[in-house]
Design a protein around this ligand. Structure first.
Ligand code: GN1
Ligand code: MG
Length: 373
């Protein structure tokens, strides 16, 4: 995405704000795709402005229809006597939830959520428990949402075998001459290719249901109360699409239960924290209630491994292609991200028995998790 001028950002902010006061605008970090700002009026009122990356989300109108459908549905279900919030879109002055400027850039805005923050890393294990509860609740509340009403905003988003094909193509093309440097990582991925279809095959066989899923369940996509640490709101609804529950579980483990950051430059620090994974698992299962199918119960660990490998492939493919998809902040950023993921996947393989046993024991403790179907 090209950089915007300050005038362009101001114009976009004004398109969502009916107040008359002067607006102060501060960039908000986080997220590898869109750009986000906090907008504050002199009166102290705030909202969040985002530019949608239309190189990636090529149909922002459909994307916003998905988000509007989901948020309106959740708002109706959300009791209003709790601290929990549902993301609320602001309408633009020109109608609808989108503003398109003269250069064709697309923006949207959300109500600001007070006294809550997003964390890139776990500081206290309970934060992961809280995020597990938030995504479990999200899953349960959306279990009744008609999947067929949602458009796939990004085709084949968590289709691991297709991701592998794209990865192999990036390796073959090696357009930036970077493949030699990543030979060990490439070999690590290729050696495991047969396993990438494990969940897909069960979906096709009807053993895993297609559900409404979030698809980007990182800890940093849940707002936590600044004082109590309680999960307040699930954010980043761009990839809410038909998908697999085990991937929503897995994506959260990949990000939150890694002993190192997603982009840790020293990949020897990466690995699975069983303690953190347990926190998430407990929270998630407590709130999912009884919606899980038998194959979903069995495949939670597999979902975590697949999501870790998939993100590793995606980061590495982007590195090989010259960093065209994810925003990077330093040289080899995507390579570091890929290495951290692959080291985590290797550690999951080493700890597989304990990992799976921990999930089973959480299920046994969770009386509410009965099998469906
Ligand atoms: C991207 O933009 P962000 O950080 O919410 C990506 C996810 C990846 C994630 C890795 C649309 O999410 O799939 O798992 O980076 N989103 C898209 O941190 O590709
Ligand atoms: Mg996202």
């Amino acid at each position: 995405m090209e950089n915007l001028t300050e005038v362009a950002i101001r114009e976009a902010a004004a398109a969502f704000w009916k107040g008359m006061g002067r607006l102060q605008i501060h960039p908000l970090s986080g997220g590898h795709i869109n750009r986000t700002w906090l907008v504050e009026e002199e009166s102290g009122e705030k909202f969040v402005l985002q530019q949608i990356n239309t190189e990636i989300f090529q149909n922002p109108e459909t994307l916003m229809e998905n988000i509007a459908g989901i948020t309106e549905f959740l708002q109706k279900k959300q009791p209003n006597n709790t601290r929990q919030k549902v993301l609320t879109l602001l309408s633009g002055k020109t109608g609808g939830y989108l503003f398109r400027n003269g250069q064709g850039a697309y923006f949207r805005a959300y109500q600001y959520i007070d006294h809550a923050v997003c964390r890139e890393r776990v500081e206290r294990p309970e934060q992961l428990y809280e995020s597990g509860r938030a995504f479990g609740r999200f899953q349960r509340m959306l279990a009744e949402y008609p999947v067929e009403e949602l458009t796939e905003t990004l085709p084949n988003f968590h289709h691991t075998p297709k991701r592998y094909q794209d990865f192999c193509q990036a390796v073959d093309e090696d357009c930036c001459g970077r493949a030699a440097e990543a030979a060990a990582e490439i070999a690590f991925i290729q050696k495991r290719s047969e396993r990438f279809g494990s969940a897909r095959r069960l979906l096709e066989a009807g053993e895993l249901p297609l559900r409404v899923t979030h698809n980007d369940t990182k800890l940093s996509n849940v707002m936590l109360d600044t004082e109590t640490g309680e999960a307040v709101c699930v954010i980043d609804l761009d990839t809410v699409m038909p998908g697999l529950l085990i991937f929503d579980y897995g994506e959260a483990i990949r990000f939150g239960a890694n002993l190192a950051a997603e982009d840790e430059p020293d990949s020897t620090k990466a690995g699975l924290s069983l303690e953190l994974a347990e926190q998430y698992t407990k929270g998630f299962l407590e709130e999912c209630g009884n919606i899980l199918w038998p194959a979903e119960r069995k495949l939670l660990a597999e979902g975590a491994w697949l999501m870790t490998m998939e993100n590793g492939m995606r980061f590495l493919a982007d590195y090989l292609q010259g960093d065209v998809y994810y925003q990077i902040k330093r040289e080899r950023h995507n390579l570091d991200r890929a290495k951290s993921q692959l080291a985590l996947a290797a550690d999951m393989e080493r700890k597989w028995k304990e990992f799976d046993a921990m999930i089973k024991s959480c299920m046994e403790k969770e009386k509410g998790v009965t099998t469906h179907r």
